[in-house]
Write a protein of this length. Structure first.
Length: 302
């Protein structure tokens, strides 16, 4: 099968972990054997989140007052290279030498009229207490929203419309390459006057961009690997229940948090509705069982 696996930013950097290069590499190293086993049986395409990494780079840049901080599209491109490098290296250490890997810097088109620019919802960066978040709003103009018991910065997350590098991605797949692409949802770009491409201050949701990628390359299965083992109803309560096998209609009849599980559920529903094929959401530690259909939340046609 051709399998697209979207690695959540929180699967690569666990909640509460210091955002060090060592921690991120350690998490990728732990995930690499399972992903390598998957690549041994199926044609594998990887995408990944970058919310924690982009937020950290933005924070580091803002601390240097002598130079204007890099915009989010540039930080997105930086994290595509950074995370792709670690994924390639750790996967290459456990995969047969003859299996090629490649990371593709991926630009994704968004619309300048997307309503997301007036309603930022995408979490980036570390968590803060309320007082620190309020102080950063006053000094830097950043927008914050609650994330569990803490506060995190939110930025616009416009809809992905087109993947500009889709032709080279398909070419690499046809030649047996394990491809890493659309990292962090891709670099958000739009056409300005004169039909000129330009970056934009936003972060595209990686699950929605990965769903577009999965459709564009005719994937058989689309998996979103995160740090929870399934989609739950009544999450965080005594009544919480894992959903194992559901249809898009069943998922759409329920509500899920916009800043966390909501985009994953929406992406899964879109893929199944538009292709008639299977999507799944679950823990990265169970990636092979999820692809086999025996773990996670399996989203199937009605």
């Amino acid at each position: 099968m051709r399998v697209v696996v979207a690695l959540g930013g929180n699967a690569l950097l666990r909640r509460g972990q210091p955002m060090t290069a060592e921690n991120q590499r350690g998490n990728v190293r732990a995930a690499a054997p399972g992903l390598a086993a998957l690549a041994g049986e199926h044609q594998l395409v990887l995408s990944h989140g970058n919310g924690p990494q982009v937020g950290l780079l933005a924070l580091q840049a803002a601390a240097y007052a002598d130079v204007e901080p890099f915009p989010l599209d540039v930080l997105g491109a930086q994290t595509e290279g950074m995370i792709g490098y670690v994924l390639e290296q750790e996967l290459g250490n456990v995969m047969p030498e003859q299996v090629p890997l490649a990371t593709i810097l991926t630009m994704v088109e968004v619309s300048p009229s997307d309503p997301a620019f007036g309603n930022p919802t995408k979490f980036v960066g570390p968590t803060y207490d309320r007082a620190t978040a309020d102080a950063m709003t006053a000094t830097r103009g950043w927008v914050f929203r609650p994330d569990g018991d803490h506060w995190r910065r939110v930025v616009p997350s416009p809809e992905p419309l087109r993947i500009f590098e889709i032709r080279p991605i398909r070419w690499l797949l046809e030649h047996g390459v394990v491809v890493i692409c659309a990292g962090g949802g891709g670099v958000p770009t739009m056409f300005s006057s004169g039909n000129t491409l330009a970056g934009v201050e936003a972060v595209i949701d990686k699950d929605l961009a990965s769903e577009l990628l999965a459709r564009e390359i005719a994937a058989d299965v689309f998996v979103m690997a995160t740090d929870v083992d399934a989609v739950y109803t009544d999450w965080g309560t005594a009544q919480q229940r894992a959903l194992t096998k559901v249809t898009p209609a069943e998922l759409r009849s329920r509500s899920f948090p916009v800043g966390s599980m909501g985009p994953k559920v929406e992406a899964a529903c879109r893929f199944v509705e538009r292709t008639g094929r299977r999507a799944a959401i679950g823990a990265l530690t169970e990636i092979n069982e999820i692809v086999d259909g025996s773990a996670g939340t399996q989203v199937v046609p009605g």
